[in-house]
Design a protein around this ligand. Sequence first.
Ligand SMILES: *Cc1c(COP(=O)(O)O)cnc(C)c1O
Length: 391
Amino acid sequence: MKINQNSLDIFCAEKINKLEEASGFRTLKTTHRASGAQSQQAGKSLISFSCNDYLGLSHHPVILEKAHEAAKLYGAGAAASRLITGNYPLLESLEKKLAKLKNTQACLVFGSGFLANIGLIPALVGADDVILVDELAHACLNSGARLSGAKTIRFKHNDCEDLENHLKMQRSSFSKCLILTDTVFSMDGDLAPLPSFRDIANRYDSWLITDDAHGIGVLGAGRGGGFAFNPPVEADVQMGTLSKALGSYGGYVCGSQKLIDLLVNRARSFVYSTGLPPMSTAAALAALEIIEQDPTLVDKPLAHARRFCERVGLSIPQSPIVPVIFGGNETVMKISEKLAQEGFLVSAIRPPTVPENTARLRIAFNAAHEAEHIDRLADLVRDARKEYGSI
Ligand SMILES: *Cc1c(COP(=O)(O)O)cnc(C)c1O
């Protein structure tokens, strides 16, 4: 017993040392998030530019009230997987609303976006199949791909030519083919060239799956990244999360009724995991109602990102996520600390979340930011770029 404990700790310590040597060791910081963009860390009040709560809905009074009501009616938890007794009434309303928003026949809500992807992908492909995934796609698309056992090829970020070259060489050797991409890239804020991907998927008999975690609620009048294009791009499967602009928790997959029927039976993270809490479902439902009713709220995060980029001298942003890449881990940590001293919470993002030597500030704009704060942060970031040289 004791020997095992020691060898385990020695193993962990070695791994940790390596991370520390590369300034890549991470620790948790307790954060008290209040309404607006106010956050407190270590007793210090900060204005957060690091939350994905783009519309401030996680603290919206109407949403909190609905969540509270749902807990009283249906309990704090779902108490079983949805195929057993965890399929309480609100879920159907939420799924109908999401399907309508995404213009699909049906929708299935999962415990989280991560769970949705690791259930979805292995339900569709296996060892005889091939997956093409953007090299900067979210970690959980890659985890889903790995779990499926399909051959997985990472194509160059947003590069249609590279994607098509891989398909030319590989497609005929495999049975089914998935193309996986984020609609909005979570650490870069750029959009995938979805119309071209749609066209390539059609020509190579492949299914296009889009992860709209950072699109729903903020792009395409709140309908998501696919709706930022004219005409909108219809992926074969549109997945996303309830945990970002909707301010709640959970994930979803929208697509045909047949797809959803299959996932109910075959997505392991759906079948073998408890349904998401009633509070989260009620909150997401209320958030979607607010998004429908208040287009000016939906437009704010991107407008704030534009204001910031203009003032810093960065190119026009495609989403409310603006990366400022400095490269070195230590540099970006130092800048993040300096911004905290000035009252701004802007997290430093380091490898492995982003590729080596591309450590960055990831600045996420939300509806509650005030012009004065945006401008002050822009001036500080402009100074940091002058001092340290950003990429
Ligand atoms: C956050 C995120 C997820 C995971 O969603 P959760 O609901 O937080 O598990 C999936 N994909 C992308 C692109 C994300 O940014």
